[in-house]
Design a protein around this ligand. Structure first.
Ligand code: HEC
Length: 214
């Protein structure tokens, strides 16, 4: 007649058996992260160029312009967010940028039909939309890492808004600029990389190392 004790001991043996068989077999790979299924079909409306011009660029100004200095007749005046409304504006910029990272992962043309960017002639400053597309297709993970850098700064700004930390907001503005610029240098005007590096080197020599996003 089975009693409680026997049942417990039996369970222990079964448990050990499971452990032993786990040890014998090779360690299973950790499950790949799965994204939740989409609720519907994504429909990109504009090109990347227009997404930049009409959404990412104007809303990033909510962050860039929040901390600045202005020269007045009374000297230098520092502009920082003061009211709840000022901080709400910064948060709006950060939320739009964090979510726009998702929009940058939806396949869409880089420019409207017929637009070739400033890509004509020798030493053209910009790549054509087709050239940009080819670079992205050749290494999607690189594109996504630039997108995630943008999102990371946006998330940081959302946190800064909670703490109302104006010092940190100023630093985050620099990181945001770096996130925008490094993607543009990689895909849009790679010919500027030497100038950019020379400028960074000069800055580092004069002011010390620049803190990067991430
Ligand atoms: C993941 C890459 C990436 C990130 C991050 C990114 N951009 Fe862009 N952006 C592009 C590419 C690519 C183009 C060029 C598209 C084209 O013209 O073919 C562009 C174009 C632009 C343009 C030109 C639009 C026009 O009218 O021609 C502006 C302005 C711009 N970006 C602003 C920003 C700002 C501000 C940020 C950061 C807050 C940013 N971008 C972050 C990839 C990026």
């Amino acid at each position: 007649m089975p009693n409680g004790r026997n049942l417990v001991a039996g369970a222990g043996i079964v448990f050990l058996g499971v452990l032993a068989s786990r040890c014998d077999s090779p360690k299973p790979a950790p499950p790949a992260p799965t994204a939740p299924a989409l609720l519907g079909v994504l429909k990109p409306v504009v090109s990347v160029k227009e997404l930049m011009e009409n959404e990412i660029d104007p809303l990033s100004d909510n962050i860039f312009d929040a901390v600045s200095s202005r020269i007045t007749k009374n000297g230098i005046e520092d502009i920082v967010p003061k009211t709840d409304e000022d901080w709400a504006k910064v948060r709006i910029g950060a939320v739009v940028l964090a979510e726009s990272a998702n929009l940058l992962k939806i396949p869409r043309p880089f420019a409207p039909p017929g637009v070739l960017n400033n890509s004509g002639g020798p030493n053209a400053p910009e790549l054509t939309p087709d050239q940009i597309m080819a670079k992205v297709q050749a290494d999607k993970s690189l594109w996504n890492s630039h997108v995630e850098d943008l999102r990371a700064v946006a998330l940081e700004v959302m946190d800064i808004v909670k703490r109302k930390d104006t010092e940190a907001l100023l630093v985050a503005g620099g990181k945001l600029d770096e996130a925008c610029e490094s993607c543009h240098l990689a895909y849009w005007y790679p010919g500027d990389i030497p100038f950019h590096e020379a400028r960074e080197k000069k800055f580092t020599q004069e002011h010390g190392p620049v803190e990067k996003a991430k």
